[in-house]
Design a protein around this ligand. Structure first.
Ligand code: AKB
Length: 320
């Protein structure tokens, strides 16, 4: 199957591309950045801007994919610095992807939504169908993107599906998200021996380890349509506090100095997100089940980050 991945130069793409190749797919990428060193051979890398309709249409026409995994987006913390650009990239970009999919008869568009669609005051565990009142431009665009995809599904018959990701953790690139403190505790803690988290130790949001996140994408993408009762699903794995993440790092990285200094803007974003998600619809409809809790993830990720730091050192362009 031919799969086009938009925004593959970010945190998810680093791990998704090798996985798609290992499953025998023909993979093309559409990304603003030039082809990075880590991009596996065999991936066709097209450079372009998701917020320029003609470029998106040309890329989809020339790649002629069966499926699009649409990852390109500006995340929550970065988005608050450039809200207009975030609207343009996240929402117009999604509209161009959906329209190109319709024009060039792409079978499925897979959408990466987020816990940032939720706003403050929701009682945990928070289910799929609750009022969505996000406080960030990223969240606003993701709510609108979900609705736009559902419109393309009901009006044009496009197969549109996706997940609301928790904060993601992998041995990779932090990408301007508010959940990045968890990843930095591991990466900076191991590389520099210290990290000051921009949140309180009590902060608690849902997180997921990248192998679970990738498996969720593949499993939902391949699920029979008739089994699905909705387009967009909450998925969950763990909801540790920042303190619990720090403790997990400390247990595995002796001597690491992890401290907390809450940044009011990013703290307000974190506090607006649910502490715990209800993902029972995903579990019922397509058998979603996470594998990694905090301990299992920490055991798995520490040697991977160590290997990456050793192989890449402090070199310019290293993606740790
Ligand atoms: C962010 O922090 O903006 C993202 C997300 C939770 O969608 N990682």
């Amino acid at each position: 199957m031919k799969i086009l991945v938009t925004g593959a130069g970010g945190q998810i793409g680093t791990d998704l591309l090798p996985m798609l190749l290992s499953r025998g797919h023909d993979v093309a990428v559409y990304d603003l950045a030039p082809r990075p060193d880590w991009c596996p051979a065999g991936v066709e890398w097209m450079r372009g801007d998701i917020s320029v309709s003609a470029e998106v249409f040309d890329a989809v026409k020339s790649a002629a994919p069966d499926r699009i995994f649409h990852l390109a987006a500006i995340l929550s913390a970065a988005g608050e610095a450039v809200p207009h650009r975030t609207w343009h990239v996240n929402l117009d970009g999604t509209r161009y992807v959906l329209e190109a999919a319709r024009l060039f008869e792409v079978q499925q568009v897979f959408y990466t939504s987020t816990i940032a669609v939720f706003g403050p005051g929701l009682e945990p565990p928070v289910g799929d169908d609750v009022p969505l009142h996000p406080t960030t431009m990223y969240g606003v665009t993701k709510v609108a993107g979900e609705l736009l995809g559902e419109y393309y599904e009901s009006v044009f018959g496009l197969d549109f599906r996706g997940v609301r990701f928790p904060g993601l953790i992998n041995a990779g690139i932090p990408g301007g998200g508010t959940s990045d403190y968890a990843l930095y505790m591991f990466v900076d803690g191991m590389r520099d021996g210290a990290y000051e988290a921009f949140c309180t130790p009590e902060s608690r949001i849902p997180f997921m380890y990248m192998p679970d996140a990738l498996r969720a994408m593949i499993e939902l993408s391949e699920a029979p349509k008739e089994a699905l009762t909705r387009s967009i699903y909450n998925i969950a794995a763990m909801s540790p506090t920042a303190q619990e993440i720090a403790d997990a790092v400390r247990e595995r990285v002796p001597g690491v100095n992890l401290t907390f200094k809450s940044d009011p803007k990013r703290q307000a974003i974190l506090d607006s997100w649910p502490a715990v998600l209800d993902d029972s619809n995903a579990r019922r409809d397509w058998g979603w089940k996470h594998e990694f809790d905090l301990a299992a993830m920490s055991d798995d990720i520490v040697p991977k980050i160590r290997e990456l730091i050793e192989s890449q050192g402090q070199a310019e362009g290293a993606h740790v």
